[in-house]
Design a protein around this ligand. Structure first.
Ligand SMILES: C[S@@+](CC[C@H](N)C(=O)[O-])C[C@H]1O[C@@H](n2cnc3c(N)ncnc32)[C@H](O)[C@@H]1O
Length: 300
């Protein structure tokens, strides 16, 4: 790749990187949605800069050693079609920086917004004493929830032991060992009789057809973090069937199903799913109260 001259600024490197990424026809869906933001993350990471100081550092010259690192990252992002977060080993979620690698999905759920709002207006945050995150991956939802709800205990569960290794790295990073527990569980199977005020999940929800059409970047993520049966709803069905048993009265269930929202509505036409709206975009997240579960998916 022909690089900008060795005396380019942060801004020039970012513009150069963005042009290269754009030209390569990459997919941006893992934390950024455009070439400029993706290039900025690679440049700031390689140059050891913080995004908060962008205004102050934009016109600084990037030293040669860091410039070489930037060029290498841009080249790898293009050649390997790997999400930038797997190159930098970091991603922000609900304002917090998480460690990530190929063992976990790159955090990007719109549920971050709901967590930042302390699950308001659906439940008063001081009524949340314990919370379960099913399919925790990096632990981003569980940990962000624990940080937003300082009095809550959180179970961060996943069936993947590899993913749970990353969850544990993040639990330690945020010093939450006393309040966040990493638990191996196949949906509810490993949780015993545990009951929660909030059950939240961003489970795998991609169906067979959609799996074959995903841009190459997604093939870098664990298949089990994405795929969930023919119509993408295998895990969601199990969550719906078991949730009431593990939810306290007046509790809430929040589940992301993304594009499988339509398939879910077709599968359960009588259920009045509440579809949440997000200011920062994204959708396909439903909420059901314990009362609604009593009616449509009663405790077994
Ligand atoms: C879409 S990823 C979500 C990761 C993380 N919660 C996030 O939002 O970034 C789904 C996660 O569910 C886990 N998973 C898949 N099948 C599961 C099952 N049967 N029981 C529990 N977790 C499961 C995967 O290992 C993966 O970590």
């Amino acid at each position: 790749m022909s690089n900008p001259s060795p005396t380019k600024t942060v801004r020039e490197w970012t513009e150069f990187g963005a042009a290269k990424l754009d030209e390569a026809g990459l997919w941006f869906g893992h934390g950024t949605d455009n070439a400029f933001d993706e290039a900025a993350e690679l440049v700031f990471f390689a140059a050891g800069l913080r995004h908060e100081e962008a205004g102050a550092v934009y016109e600084q010259i990037v030293p040669a050693e860091q410039a070489a690192r930037i060029a290498d990252l841009i080249e790898r992002r293009i050649r390997e079609r790997v999400p930038a977060a797997y190159l930098t080993r970091r991603m922000w979620f609900a304002g917090h920086e998480f460690y990530v690698d190929e063992r976990v999905l790159v955090p990007r759920s719109p549920i971050a917004e709901l967590i930042e709002a302390g699950f308001s207006p659906w439940i008063t945050s001081d009524r949340i004493h314990n919370l379960l995150d099913i399919g925790t991956g990096s632990g981003c939802i569980a940990i962000a929830a624990a940080l937003a709800l300082p009095n809550a205990r959180v179970d961060a569960s996943d069936v993947s032991l590899e993913a749970l290794e990353v969850t544990k790295i993040n639990i330690a990073r945020f010093q939450l060992d006393q309040r966040v527990r990493a638990v191996q569980s196949d949906v509810f199977a490993g949780l015993g009789a545990g009951r929660y005020d909030v059950i939240v999940s961003n489970p795998p929800y991609v169906g067979d057809d959609e799996m074959t059409q995903l841009p190459q970047e997604y093939s870098r993520e664990p298949r089990m973090a994405l795929h969930s049966g023919v119509d993408g709803l295998d895990i969601t069905r199990r969550i719906l069937q078991g949730a009431r048993t593990h939810l306290n009265d007046r509790g809430i269930l929040v589940v992301e199903v993304g594009n499988s929202e339509i398939a879910l509505e077709e599968a359960y036409p009588r259920v009045p799913f509440i579809w949440l709206e997000f200011e920062r975009g994204g959708g396909g997240v439903f909420l059901l109260t314990a009362e609604q579960l009593d009616e449509y998916f009663p405790r077994k």
